[in-house]
Design a protein around this ligand. Structure first.
Ligand SMILES: [Zn+2]
Length: 446
């Protein structure tokens, strides 16, 4: 192992700051960024004036940020439709752009994310801290399964080089190539979605191959919630004999922004000096105090962004906060993602995150495989009970009424929601090499 970086943190001088200490330091950067928005971003000049902030002085200090309007992804999309290709929020001249990423366009036309050299350097710095926290180290060999291509995940390549990791990018869509790389190259690290890690564990087990003899030491999972759920983590750690830690980013702000340390008590915020983070109530938009156990949506403000600055950007990621001290020495806030606001179902007034249902179903292992699909009877967020759920059994387990009723009552006890569980045999539900879909509206009525 390389000795260039020793210890538990990549940037101890930054990562040991408390959120209050960080906030005090961020005030100057925030003032500079707001002045930059007024001088360089037509989008923010118009938006802020529309909300009564005529100039940077009127916007005030970082402590007053909650008075400002949010920025929604839809506004960025509309800005690009109105002023193609990069929108009125482009705040750097075209000749200063270094790369233009696209979103995957699964929910509409792709949105371009232009970045300057400095923006890329910022992403690399933040992502390096996050991946380091999640167990990646200089000198380590790492196999990753993300499709970089035109997407922001491309910055993972720059990050691994900067971090001093020997990176073996395999991409998605070819599990045989992945298995071959793991067996021949024998990396210490693997970076993939928790769904793909689970799929790989099942596939190797079905072949009678010993996943725990591949020599993997650290698996960093990202791209969707799940890696921090105790049952999923336990299954992955015992299958591979490796430590499983989570990382999380968001394409518009930084590809990776949070990283979970060996203590496995939530992901640490890694954006100090570059990103200001807030927690809000997603319904009212009101700021929430960052305290142990509080749940809310993450909102981000880039403090040093050149090409596509974002002020109070709504992530739609719902998290639970951990603010107690962590044994690793970092003093930054920690979170576990519990789902996307977009995935939320409201069953007769009760908020239900599909990932919460999955956590409860997973406690029925080894009778269940862990795979499930919520199949709402009608389209939209609001649903009437009982909510139909298809639960897959483990290999060799026969369906039984008693098990179905036991799962229903466990969900009712924990989530206060009534469900109708249908048990299906192992292998009946699809597996994913990327993100697992937990809700299927294909049988729903309009
Ligand atoms: Zn820690």
């Amino acid at each position: 192992m390389d000795t260039r970086v020793q210890g538990a943190m990549l940037r101890p001088e930054i990562e040991t700051r408390t959120p209050d200490e960080q906030r005090a330091r961020d005030r100057a950067a925030y003032r500079r960024q707001v002045a930059y928005l007024f001088s360089a971003s037509t989008f923010y000049q118009c938006k802020l004036k529309q909300f009564g902030f005529k100039d940077a002085a009127a916007v005030g200090e970082l402590d007053d940020i909650a008075a400002l309007p949010f920025t929604e992804k839809e506004e960025i999309r509309a800005s690009q439709a109105e002023a193609p290709p990069f929108g009125t929020h482009l705040a750097a001249s075209r000749d200063r752009l270094a790369r233009v990423f696209s979103t995957s366009g699964t929910t509409g036309d792709p949105v371009y994310i232009p970045v300057t050299r400095a923006d890329i350097a910022t992403w690399v710095e933040i992502s390096s801290r996050s991946y380091f926290a999640a167990g990646l180290r200089p000198g380590m060999t790492l196999v990753s399964t993300y499709n970089a291509g035109p997407f922001v995940a491309g910055v993972a390549l720059d990050t691994m080089t900067s971090l001093g990791v020997c990176h073996v990018p395999i991409g998605t869509g070819n599990t045989e190539r992945l298995v071959r790389a793991l067996e021949l190259i024998r990396p210490q690290g693997l970076l993939c979605t928790p769904s793909y890690a689970m799929h790989l564990a099942e596939l190797l087990a079905a072949r009678g191959a010993a996943a725990d003899r591949l020599g993997l030491e650290h698996i960093a999972v990202a791209g969707e919630p799940g890696g921090g759920e105790p049952q999923i983590r336990h299954r992955l750690q015992s299958a591979f004999g490796a430590m499983v830690c989570e990382a999380m980013g968001i394409g518009d702000i930084s590809i990776s922004l949070w990283g979970e340390c060996d203590a496995q008590q939530g992901m640490h915020f890694c954006g100090g000096d570059f990103v200001h983070v807030e927690l809000i109530d997603p319904q009212s938009g009101r700021p929430l105090a960052i305290e142990d156990g509080v749940q809310g949506e993450l909102v981000y403000t880039a403090l040093q962004r050149e090409a596509a600055p974002l002020l109070r950007f709504r992530s739609r990621d719902q998290v639970v906060v951990f603010s107690s001290s962590c044994s690793c020495g970092r003093k930054t806030m920690r979170v576990r993602c519990i789902g996307r606001t977009d995935d939320l179902l409201i069953v007769r007034g009760v908020n239900v995150f599909p990932t919460a249902v999955r956590s409860i179903v997973a406690t029925f292992a080894p009778q269940v495989s862990g795979a499930l699909l919520i199949r709402p009877r009608k389209h939209g967020v609001r649903q009437e009970p009982p909510l139909p759920i298809v639960v897959e059994l483990a290999s060799g387990v026969e369906p039984s009424e008693a098990l179905a009723r036991a799962i229903e009552s466990a969900i009712r006890a924990k989530l206060v929601v009534s469900t109708k569980v249908e048990l299906v045999r192992c292998g009946a539900l699809p597996r994913s090499e990327y993100k697992t879909r937990l809700v299927d509206f294909s049988a729903a009525q309009r």
